[in-house]
Write a protein that binds this ligand. Structure first.
Ligand code: ADP
Ligand code: 5SP
Length: 500
């Protein structure tokens, strides 16, 4: 039997999957990652920890599976998007990586809009200037840490850095590069225009590579450290959401994926990419060549649930913690939760908004709070679903992936709130599966991702919307939508009191 490995560098963990030629996941190893939050709105990780945990994960994967090193033919990567890793001339890391959910760069976003122009930015980069993207992070470092910036020779995105450390090759993969705000997304080239307007040296941008391209083999010392063959072929990989979509078989216009991981994502492929007038949804290059996708993001989706679990059920497994989903009725007894723990992206690109519960009374228990958190996360994602529908997309079937797809009661809530059929996968492994599929196609097992999908992607249970609950949720969603409008001013007034 032959095998490939998919590595997903997520936010909470790096996950390594060993997949055989039938698309069966033979082994998985997950190694947790620490996020550093020094100030409110900041979010960083240590790139060295990514490398250490990945090497440990790969070594464990190799040791626990009864396969010969030479049977593993390829490896590829998926990664959390947008994060900034700055390297010096010798490719040493200059500071902690600034992550996708770090919102310190509101000022730099306004600087970008002023220098490039909002409409021109949308025309080239297909996205509005948002705090999470890479370009404003580079400008923040230039402004606030000039001594670091002056030594910066090149930047890399998280999984591209990880791949560099395993292969020695410095390259930026296209689907991830489209999340930097520096790529001319249609042309698949770094945008000289954007870089020039912001007075950035184009050399800071690494050479580009396609998602399915081979980017070398493992460095001998990394092969020794992991027990893998130094001849294993390494393929570039993709942004985690692009890889999540590949793993879910979401490759074509007309299909939709709903992912609830640390963040929450609604993603739908596009043959052509016209930006929305104000960039309300993101537009990126898919890891399938020639295809793009629209995407809406809830910054703290699973993250909100994980936060609530820390004090409402720290020692419980998620299956027990989420038992109130079976016991409490839709609407959580009149309690609504807004999941703006890290600010928000879609549809309110607002770094200052903060979340909360509304409607509490003395009869409520922790069960109501837990259900309301799940409903609030789902309402927030429904804002993206509604935006897509307003853009003319027909969403009557959605493939569910990520941690949020592991709970049947939550999947039913998603079907009822989104008013769409929710489909699960029998071998759901998140973006790591998409990375493994890029390696499977790269090694020549299949002629195309479509062919690989037919053999690897297996759908499981489906959840149908219930018309009664759909109508209850429609009414609640209207109230939920008002929370943003009614609390925006309050969040701004509270800003000065946040932990700085
Ligand atoms: N069994 C479960 N049921 C429902 N939600 C879960 C479950 N396990 C994890 N989650 C949620 O999924 C999130 C992690 O999602 P995952 O896709 O594994 O991670 P990441 O975003 O880091 O790639 C957690 O924060 C949690 O909110
Ligand atoms: O910022 C985005 C997408 O624009 C996030 O989706 C990140 O890509 C992180 O993903 P997870 O760790 O939640 O998988």
């Amino acid at each position: 039997m032959k095998y490939v490995i998919g590595v997903d560098l997520g936010t909470s963990a790096v996950k390594c999957l060993l997949v055989n030629q039938r698309g069966e996941v033979v082994r998985t190893v997950s190694k947790s990652l620490r996020t550093i939050r020094e100030h409110s709105g900041w979010s960083e990780q240590d790139p060295e920890e990514w490398v250490r945990q990945t090497l440990a994960g790969l070594a464990e994967l190799r040791a626990s599976a009864e396969v010969k090193a030479e049977e593993i033919e390829g490896i590829s990567f998926s990664g959390q998007m947008h994060g900034l890793v700055l390297l010096d001339e010798d490719h040493g890391v200059l500071r902690n990586a600034i992550l996708w959910n770090d919102t310190r760069t509101a000022e730099e976003c306004r600087d970008i809009e002023e220098a490039v122009g909002k409409q021109r930015l949308l025309a080239i980069a297909k996205n509005a200037a948002l705090e999470g993207f890479t370009l404003p992070k580079i400008l923040w470092v230039r402004k606030h840490q000039p001594e670091v910036y002056d030594r910066a020779a090149v930047f890399l995105l998280p999984k591209d850095y990880l791949r560099y450390r395993l292969t020695g090759r410095v390259e930026a993969e296209i689907s991830d590069a489209s999340g930097t705000l520096m790529l001319d997304v249609s042309r698949k080239q770094w945008s000289r225009e954007i870089l020039e307007e912001l007075d950035l040296n184009p050399e800071i941008c690494p050479p580009l590579t396609e998602s399915g391209a081979q980017t070398g083999t493992l460095l001998p010392e990394k092969a020794r450290a992991t027990g893998l063959s130094p001849d294993i072929r390494v393929f570039a990989g993709g942004a985690d959401n692009a890889c999540g979509a590949i793993g879910a078989g979401v490759l074509r216009e007309g299909q939709t994926m709903g992912s609830i991981g640390t963040s929450g994502v609604i993603l739908s492929p596009q043959d052509r990419l016209e930006s929305t007038p104000q960039g309300e949804v993101h537009g990126f290059n898919h890891a399938r060549p020639g295809v793009f996708y629209f995407m809406g993001v809830t910054l703290a989706a699973g993250d909100s649930l994980a936060w609530a679990k820390r004090f409402l059920g720290p020692n419980q497994h998620y299956s027990d913690f989420l038992s109130p989903l079976e016991e409490i009725s839709p609407g959580s007894g009149g309690v609504l939760f807004s999941p703006y723990l890290s600010g928000e992206r879609t549809p309110h690109a607002d770094a200052d908004i903060r979340g909360g519960w509304i409607g509490l009374d003395a009869s409520h228990t922790s069960k109501h709070l837990i259900r309301s958190v799940v409903e609030g996360i789902t309402f927030s994602l429904n804002e993206s679903v509604e935006l897509f529908r307003r853009k003319g997309k027909n969403i009557d079937r959605m493939v569910a992936i990520g941690g949020g797809a592991r709970n049947h009661a939550w999947l039913q809530i998603q079907a009822d709130v989104f008013n769409t059929e929710m489909v699960t996968l029998t071998n759901e492994q998140g973006p790591g599966m998409g990375a493994a599929m890029l390696a499977a196609v790269g090694t020549g097992w299949f002629d195309s991702l479509e062919e690989c999908t037919q053999s690897f992607v297996k759908t499981g249970k489906t959840f149908q919307p219930d018309p009664k609950r759909v109508s209850v949720y429609r009414e609640l969603f209207g109230i939920y939508q008002d929370i943003y409008k009614q609390t925006r001013g309050l969040s701004r007034r509270l800003k000065g009191f946040r932990q700085q």
